[in-house]
Ligand binder design. Structure first.
Ligand code: ZN
Length: 268
């Protein structure tokens, strides 16, 4: 590990870290500490961290599906995730995690291959973007590179560009789930997430329908002075002098398999 850290890599992922490890809270097993079954693994984590720190303290250690105690030594929980994220998506698991543990950085696996799953690779990118997750890109089950799918790579590049514009919401802002914004739609393919940074607000709306563009009305209980709209492959649209008397309302067309991010600014 020390040698790897010395090679100049940014970091490494420790596979299978969480596989088989449980923090046991049973009082009937004769151990005093829920961490006891995992103690050896945590000692190993400490050792790896210390050895890597000697060479490069910024060397990032990711571990597969790591949880609380392991964050002492590892930096990132790498979720390979299931191929079918439908249940996780529909149950609100992403939202609950983000809302409850905002500093827990998780990844979402993004495939470029066609899998028996209602979520396309693009939809996964959109979901990861909306919930501030790391894109864990897996081309052709880890056998390919982004060069093998230029169209997808181009989309990812666009989304990363937008995320850089809006990074203050993801980095220092507060995730508000769907609070303080209202979208009334019959479509199950529309979902949205809101963030707050000071008096500014970000609303991300995405469409999981892969064929149909959907126009939806958004209503927000604040009075922005200006509005900016971002969407992949679209020019950033700015409405510089917005005047609203009641709540802010706008109809937005969300293209098929795409997202639209609305930034509501308290300043012109
Ligand atoms: Zn036990």
């Amino acid at each position: 590990m020390r040698k790897l850290a010395g090679l100049g890599l940014d970091g490494i992922m420790l596979d299978e870290w969480a596989s088989g490890i449980v923090y046991c809270f049973s009082k009937e097993h004769g151990h005093n500490d829920p961490v006891d079954p995992a103690r050896g693994q945590l000692q190993l984590g400490k050792m790896i961290r210390e050895e890597c720190d000697k060479v490069n303290p910024n060397f990032m250690l990711a571990g597969e599906e790591i949880w609380d105690a392991a964050f002492q030594y590892l930096d990132l929980s790498f979720a390979r995730g299931s191929f079918d994220i439908t249940e996780e998506y529909n149950s609100g698991a992403f939202q609950i995690m983000k809302y409850t543990f905002p500093y827990f950085i998780r990844t979402l696996e993004v495939h470029n291959v066609n899998l028996p799953c209602p979520f396309s690779a693009i939809a996964r990118v959109n979901i990861a973007f909306a919930y501030g997750m790391v894109f864990s890109v897996c081309i052709d089950s880890y056998r390919g590179t982004l060069d093998d799918c230029p169209e997808f790579a181009n989309y990812l590049k666009e989304v990363i560009k937008i995320r850089k514009y809006l990074r203050r919401y993801f980095g220092e802002g507060i995730f508000r789930d769907t609070l303080e914004a209202k979208i009334v739609t019959q479509s199950k393919n529309i979902n949205y997430a809101t963030y707050k940074k000071g008096n500014d607000k970000l609303i991300i709306v995405w469409n999981t329908d892969q064929k149909k563009n959907l126009t939806i009305p958004i209503s927000v209980e604040i009075k922005p002075k200006s509005v900016r709209i971002y969407s992949p492959f679209q020019k950033i649209i700015t409405y510089p002098q917005v005047k609203v008397s009641g709540p802010f309302e706008m109809k937005v067309e969300v293209p098929a398999d795409r997202f639209v991010a609305l930034e509501l600014l308290s300043k012109v």
